[in-house]
Write a protein that binds this ligand. Structure first.
Ligand code: CTP
Length: 402
């Protein structure tokens, strides 16, 4: 396996020497990219000797082979250890002023980071916000551990031990491409049912969970049809990937058509979109006014249940997943309702999420339980939506194996 180890400037760089040794020992081809600062802690000859590969820090070396992007393009895994507060901030902003930056921007391989810094720097809101952003982009975090830090301080901020980083990194590689060859269809966002040219019936779905499911699937090798209803451009930005094909729709009826079409080519269908259960019987062509006295009585008709329809028409070997946003605080009551919903819709898996002030709609975080065969809770996950997405795909794979 072709692994790039980026080393930023912290005292923990000496531990990364051992990490490189562990990786080469089990047969991986490791290229080390130290930052200029990292070389103050461990010198070039050490990195070259331990990795048995040429080491450079400059984007101007080996220009004929466009080294500034070639390393990232060829990498099957990138590890940043130690990841200092500065390097984490640069990663978050997408800065490309050195070889580490250009490599990180040009790779589609999984990225594992092992932060190392003083406790105050780790706990600073700037660093924590950066870490959240990186996790939401699918970056895997190892540590930091709590313990002794440089200068005699102690607390969280110590880089994890090389063995732990190697183990986590190798686990990431193992299921890095576990959706390769699979075609999946995912819906995201919330439908809007027009009342008149200026009003609609809608909901609070941001589309983040569906977009995270699409991004995670593509990162793990699937080819993805993503159908979005009213997802903002900044949320949608997370789904920029060559293997994601995006189609935008507006109403439940348009979403139904797009998903039916995508499902004819999909091995897995996930309905993460929040669909309006009802629509106005008629969308008025002119703006309705209070004068007319019609705005307090809008006649509604029921929309088709899209996911139930897809489950009813399910092909052999196709897996159908639905979501259920619940506001019931009691976990048992939530599960019971979810079990009934799963049976009613006829889906393979149902991901139940609590929708409250911190979780679900309009939040970066989510917490789900996944209900499978016979109503059993087959998995649960809590975290940023990309991490929840990873757990849902794990459950899909397990269900397909079962
Ligand atoms: N869904 C759908 N078509 C609809 C409504 C919902 O495909 N017309 C899908 C959603 O995408 C989601 C799941 O069904 O995957 C859960 O929808 P939800 O509205 O929570 O379930 P309902 O059956 O409408 O039950 P209730 O609103 O009573 O909770």
């Amino acid at each position: 396996m072709n692994i790039v180890v980026a080393v930023s400037g912290g005292i923990a760089a000496y531990k990364t020497v051992h990490l490189v040794r562990l990786l080469t020992k089990v047969g991986h081809d490791v290229t080390v990219i130290p930052t200029e600062d990292a070389l103050r802690f461990v010198g070039m000859p050490t990195w070259e000797a331990i990795s048995r590969n040429t080491v450079t820090t400059s984007v101007h070396d080996d220009v004929a082979r466009v080294r500034h992007v070639a390393l990232g393009q060829a990498a099957e895994l990138v590890i940043v250890a130690p990841a200092t507060a500065n390097t984490i901030a640069k990663m978050t902003a997408g800065l490309a002023d050195d070889l580490v930056g250009t490599t990180l921007l040009s790779t589609t391989a999984p990225v594992v980071i092992a932060p190392a810094m003083h406790t105050e720097m780790w706990q600073h809101p700037a660093t924590q916000a950066n870490i959240q952003t990186l996790r939401a982009r699918g970056v895997h975090l190892v540590g930091p551990a709590a313990g002794e830090l440089a200068g005699g301080d102690s607390g969280p901020g110590r880089m994890s031990e090389p063995e732990e980083i190697a183990e986590a990194a190798l686990a990431v590689i193992e299921n890095a491409r576990d959706l390769a060859g699979l075609r999946v269809a995912v819906s995201a966002g919330g439908t809007r049912e027009p009342i008149d040219p200026v009003r609609f019936l809608g909901n609070r779905s941001s589309g983040r969970q569906g977009v995270a499911l699409a991004a995670e699937a593509a990162a793990r090798g699937a080819s993805v049809a993503l159908v979005v209803a009213h997802v903002s451009a900044d949320v949608l930005a997370a789904s920029q990937h060559p293997n994601i094909d995006i189609r935008a729709v507006g109403t439940a009826a348009e979403l139904a058509d797009a998903m039916k079409d995508a499902a004819t080519r999909a091995d897995v269908v996930i309905m993460a979109a929040a669909v309006a259960d009802y629509r106005p019987a008629q969308a008025a062509e002119q703006k309705l006014t209070k004068e007319e006295g019609v705005l307090d009585r809008i006649e509604l008709v029921e929309n088709d249940d899209i996911v139930a329809g897809l489950a009813g028409a399910r092909r052999d070997g196709q897996t159908i997943v639905a979501f259920s946003a619940e506001t019931l605080k009691d976990a048992d009551a939530r599960r019971e309702r979810a079990r009934r919903k799963r049976a009613r819709k006829g889906v393979d898996l149902l991901a139940v999420n609590l929708a409250d002030a911190e979780h679900g709609f309009e939040n970066a975080h989510n917490a789900v339980e996944i209900i499978g065969d016979e109503g059993a809770v087959v998995a649960s996950a809590e975290g940023v939506k990309r991490e929840v997405a990873a757990a849902i795909w794990d459950a899909v794979i397990a269900a397909r194996r079962g």
